[in-house]
Design a protein around this ligand. Sequence first.
Ligand code: HEC
Ligand code: HEC
Length: 370
Amino acid sequence: MKQLIFATILLLGLQSCKKNNTTDTEPAPEPQPLFSIPSNFPKPIYPIDSNPVTQAGFDLGKNLFYDGILSRDSTIACGECHRQTYAFSHHMHDLSHGIEGRIGLRNAQPLQNLAWRERFQWDGKAATLDTQPILPIEHPDEMDDKLDNVVAKLSKHQGYKNMFKAAFGTEQINAERMLKALSQFMLSLVSANAKYDKYQRKEAGVNLTADELEGMSLFESKGCKSCHAGQLFSDESFRSLGLSRFERTKVDYLDGKPVLSIVVDEGRYRVTGIDTDRFRFKVPSLRNVAASPPYMHDGRFAKLQEVLDFYDAGMQEVPNLDPIFRKNARLGIPMSAEEKRKIIAFLNTLTDETFLKDKRFAEPDGFPVR
Ligand code: HEC
Ligand code: HEC
């Protein structure tokens, strides 16, 4: 927090210096801090004081994020599966596609407001944001490299040495610094300028339509809000939703030879081994949800309409089904077509075009810098 206040003072200071040098016709640009807490958001979970977001750290993190060098054959960057236009999720890919076209187990999650997220990935396998990138880097279906090897590869490039020096004071490249820089870039991905936010902050001239307002109150009265809670639209818990259990044929490669196996994704249970965690998955945030299809941990639904039809009438009896879905005559949350239409109108107010088009986060020109 202290750093944040300091950074703001610094920025304001720079701003006023600039003003003196520019003519009256040229309005000084608005200072945009790389990380700040939107006024309608709670306190972040990430210990931001331990890794404050600086311009040099952000630049390095962004370069790493868009550089395929983090994968074994240098073809797959983080940004390959996490695309800005789709809130940094993977559009048109239900299951993730990694190195050599290998198909993973799950749908790539959007990357936004990660400072407010507790545990990462659909099953919470990564306890912190700083350690999360080790999983895709080392996953055989994603980037298939080793952390130490990635560090060794980066160390061969003077461009990276310069960027590490600018961000951390010396040219030394190590895993801790690399992960901190990736976090700095990801922490800056704050989405809080949707129509919904402006309405929450009572910004002048921003009103929700009658349908959007009714959708918002249905979202509450139907119980969606009990899980998709608060300003971040997730209570960060793991829940079982009664999705039918898809058995999938998975291809793995042993010494280059394909080996087939049948997998059933049991969600949180894969991490904890606790019976009551079977089929529980992390409650996703619904921010930018209209921009990030397909939906659910396995990307089985292409449209929001299909998701709502599922909540209405598609649920199945599965272990640990959340009790909220047993409160009615049939499993799920019964909704009329009209109610679903209004809820979707409300969900559309969560799209933040400023974030999806923010040039600061886009793949840099003249890329990659090494
Ligand atoms: C091959 C596609 C692919 C690549 C490459 C990839 N990711 Fe992901 N990412 C995914 C998938 C799929 C998930 C969900 C994984 C799961 O739940 O098992 C995910 C989840 C995440 C999450 C968790 C988000 C949350 O809300 O919990 C973060 C953070 C993330 N990725 C960052 C990165 C970073 C940083 C890199 C580069 C080092 C990267 N990803 C590379 C596909 C990819
Ligand atoms: C018991 C908690 C709970 C309730 C109640 C609930 N959800 Fe969800 N929602 C989840 C979880 C968990 C997922 C992810 C499930 C998965 O992938 O296996 C999810 C997924 C979604 C998705 C897909 C998001 C994405 O990025 O894939 C949408 C949209 C959604 N819910 C909307 C709603 C709406 C609208 C309601 C009310 C009609 C609602 N939810 C009620 C827990 C809940």
